[in-house]
Ligand binder design. Structure first.
Ligand SMILES: Nc1nc2c(ncn2[C@@H]2O[C@H](COP(=O)(O)OP(=O)(O)OP(=O)(O)O)[C@@H](O)[C@H]2O)c(=O)[nH]1
Ligand SMILES: *[C@@H]1O[C@H](CO)[C@@H](O)[C@H](O)[C@H]1NC(C)=O
Ligand SMILES: *[C@@H]1O[C@H](CO)[C@@H](O)[C@H](O)[C@H]1NC(C)=O
Ligand SMILES: [Mg+2]
Length: 377
């Protein structure tokens, strides 16, 4: 005997099955179901948006007039699948303020495979090429020469001192310091723009910063600089000094030592470029000076025995192995990564149609290093 409840369930199952079968077998029926509409909205290239309003109300975008000349460059985003919302926000701003007109490609990197959902949302934001890369395990995890017992103890000591971030953060810092530019998908590029989740781009970027780098032989560009927490880098400078002594001749003749040291290299003043924003040369990191420097630091183990960040490591690398004129302050790029922002001042503000408050600007706050950069010139 069938109870009334079982009868209802049976009828429901039949209706749902029919619906499911019809949605595949009958095209028109399938289009009417919401599941299918979502699926269609995800398949690029992206058609112009039409929301069921009569055509006369739409103003179609003019076709993009691509520049005659482009640099050999890409955006780079290291993110987790869980960073999707944050990176979509960043990417949308990059597209609207800059890349809609320039169409530079994107490279996404992750130590885990990106999900299909992640890829569909990301590719729907741009018409530029997007590639998704999986970081090889050996480029991500703690290398075998690290003494785990010593590393665990160091992590615990830092937690006790209230210095946060655990093991995964250390992998990320090491990867960003010395391994991102070695990834397969980046080999075909010379310049990169690093973008993190949840940033803000305040102004229109109507020119091509990559071409500025390329044409003017720049190797590193920044918007914000500041002091590093001493607890994360107790031996970084001693290690750097040892490296310099053992490798004379690698330093650039007109280097930016003045930015990182107030006494000609005796001590590190802890100034660094904030590396969540970087427009830089991949070939510079791949060059002899920085390659040897990173390998030396990596062997020393401070990424794990302390918490060396990619910001001071990149900054010291750029300051030592590049001429100071090759390090560029992107004053006209209004930028925020919590909790600091660079908001262009004066004429630059209006010219870029910036939406930040000019009085909220980190440039010459007491914790900023921009004045030291200025003083070199
Ligand atoms: N794939 C992957 N990306 C990571 C991981 N940890 C951090 N990232 C990315 O690395 C970059 C820096 O990480 P954040 O957590 O933003 O570090 P932070 O900027 O020092 O700290 P916040 O102030 O929290 O932003 C961001 O682009 C993150 O999305 C990780 O474990 N896996
Ligand atoms: C772009 O730069 C990379 C790295 O230097 C190089 O291997 C590649 O040949 C360059 N591509 C073009 C089109 O110039
Ligand atoms: C720095 O400038 C000098 C000339 O002043 C030049 O010989 C050298 O190649 C430059 N260094 C780099 C890294 O471009
Ligand atoms: Mg961040």
């Amino acid at each position: 005997m069938m109870t009334p409840m079982r009868y209802i369930v049976l009828v429901l199952v039949i209706i749902l099955s029919l619906h499911y079968i019809m949605s595949f077998s009958h095209e028109e029926y399938g289009k009417a179901t919401s599941l299918d509409r979502i699926k269609q909205s995800w398949s690029g290239p992206n058609p112009p948006y039409k929301g069921g309003i009569p055509d006369e109300y739409y103003k179609p975008s003019a076709p993009v007039d691509l520049p005659d000349r482009k640099a050999n460059a890409t955006f780079v985003m290291l993110v987790r699948n869980s960073d999707l919302t944050g990176i979509l926000g960043s990417m949308k701003q990059i597209e609207d303020r800059f890349n809609r007109k320039f169409q530079y490609p994107y490279v996404f990197l992750n130590e885990e495979p990106f999900t299909d959902e992640f890829k569909k949302h990301i590719t729907s934001l741009t018409d530029a090429p997007v590639e998704f890369g999986l970081i090889p395990n050996e480029d991500w995890v703690q290398p075998p020469h690290i003494d785990e017992e010593r590393a665990t103890k160091a992590r615990q000591e830092m937690v006790d001192q209230g210095v946060i971030y655990g093991g995964a953060y250390r992998n990320m810092c090491r990867f960003n310091s010395g391994l991102f530019f070695k990834q397969e998908l980046l080999q075909k590029y010379k310049y990169y723009w690093r973008v993190e989740p949840d940033i803000k781009i305040f102004c229109d970027v109507d020119y091509d910063p990559f071409l500025v780098m390329q044409d003017q032989d720049k190797v590193y560009g920044f918007t914000i600089s500041l002091y590093e927490y001493p607890a994360t880098i107790p031996t970084l400078w001693d290690t750097t000094r040892k490296f310099i002594k053992e490798n004379p001749g690698l330093m650039a003749p007109d280097n930016a030592m003045g930015f990182i040291s107030d006494d000609g290299g005796e001590t590190y003043n802890r100034c660094h470029f904030w590396s969540n924003f970087e427009i830089g040369s991949l070939d510079f990191w791949r060059g002899e000076g920085y390659t040897k420097y990173f390998d030396y630091l990596d062997k020393e183990g401070g990424f794990y025995y302390e918490r060396w960040g990619d910001a001071p490591v990149h900054s010291i690398g750029a300051a030592l192995f590049a001429n100071k004129s090759q390090i560029h302050f992107f004053n006209d790029i209004g930028y925020r990564h919590e909790p600091f922002q660079h908001c262009p001042q004066g004429d630059v503000h209006a010219a870029g149609r910036c939406w930040c408050n000019p009085s909220e600007n980190f440039d010459y706050e007491w914790y900023s290093c921009l004045n030291r950069y200025d003083q070199m010139f």
